[in-house]
Design a protein around this ligand. Sequence first.
Ligand SMILES: *Cc1c(COP(=O)(O)O)cnc(C)c1O
Length: 431
Amino acid sequence: MKFFSTGRRSSTVDFKEATIKGQAPDKGLYFPEVIPVLDNEFIRKIESLPNEEIAFRVIRPYVEEVMPEEKLVQIISETINFPIPLVPVTETIFSLELFQGPTLAFKDVGARFMSRCLGYFMKGYDKKVTVLVATSGDTGGAVANGFYETEGVEVIILYPSGKVSPVQEKQLTTLGGNIHALEVKGTFDDCQQMVKKAFADEEINKKRFLTSANSINVARWLPQQFYYFFAYKQWPYKKDPPVISVPSGNFGNICAGILAQKSGLPVRHFIAACNANDVVSDYLLSGVFKSKDAVATLSNAMDVGNPSNFVRILEIFHHHFPDLKAQLSSFAVSDEATLAAIGEVYASHDYLMDPHGAVGYVSLQKYFTGHPSEKGIFLETAHPVKFPRAVENATGRETEIPSALAELMKKEKKSILIDNDFDQLKEYLLY
Ligand SMILES: *Cc1c(COP(=O)(O)O)cnc(C)c1O
């Protein structure tokens, strides 16, 4: 498989080069030249297949030229070594629990897959690679955990000071070793801008071999398709495909789901569930894409004003707005509605949601108002214990901290505080 750049001015590359580069030289995102189509038999038999086999069939077309089968099998089994259950919440709404990995966030899947690919690809080089990544909360932890002690890889994480939860902060500042945390006095969008600038900076690139572990990297983006197939495997109404609601920030996750659908996965409709950062719901109404400054919300991992993967969604639909609009809806959910849903679902259905999953739940309900006979899934993208204050506010219940997390909270935070100033990042990277 070859990948082209959505900027259309860089040459095509294979999966290995796309993984190492992260972003294309023309600043576009890599996108597969062909979307593979899985045979019907595979979908029909999905219930009888082990998750490893499903994942293998889904990802192999993208990587086969650059990785032997045994290596791919090994990477897959290390990537998905935790449960991903589909849990009924009401008769028509199910939660896909993506939070049972080591950092309690769905990003574990992509980060674990990518770190192992990059470790494998870097074996042939004598130079170290620096993974430079901006996080709105969960990316940092998942990337730190996934890449910790990976040979040949240094990781530098930028996060907005005071805008990630205490658990999230500990996850990305306490490992040490090859993991370095920069605490930026600014927003997530500021961090993302600084990272983008660093990638474009000649001096930095001379000194360091930079790559990205944000969902713009194909090795993080593509494996996120796996769990959409696992969801369908567990879906009880096979003849009646689910509406899938995805709590969205940079739109990598939902874009992977739409890609899975194009590859043959039965999905009725997709919902981009957003908080007050409603760029895409505006776009679907007006047809005009206009980025905005991010605003802070309870679902902080989705506080994104200029979603980087949206261009890939446009690409999937060949920039044809009516097709896109037919497949995708989007809702903006307020913090008040998010908290109310957490409280109500806990009281009525004894199910505890985190603020991100709750945005997905509310969006699904909003969609059902106009489509009362449909059934659906929302992606529970983070464990509720990562957001104890919101969950306690909403339910009146104290969250129990798992012992692994309690241990983590005792560890010492190590970060370097910098201003929202590119020169300070540059100095750090050059020293
Ligand atoms: C990153 C994240 C999201 C948003 O995912 P995107 O792929 O950026 O759209 C949603 N929920 C949680 C908990 C996250 O960490």
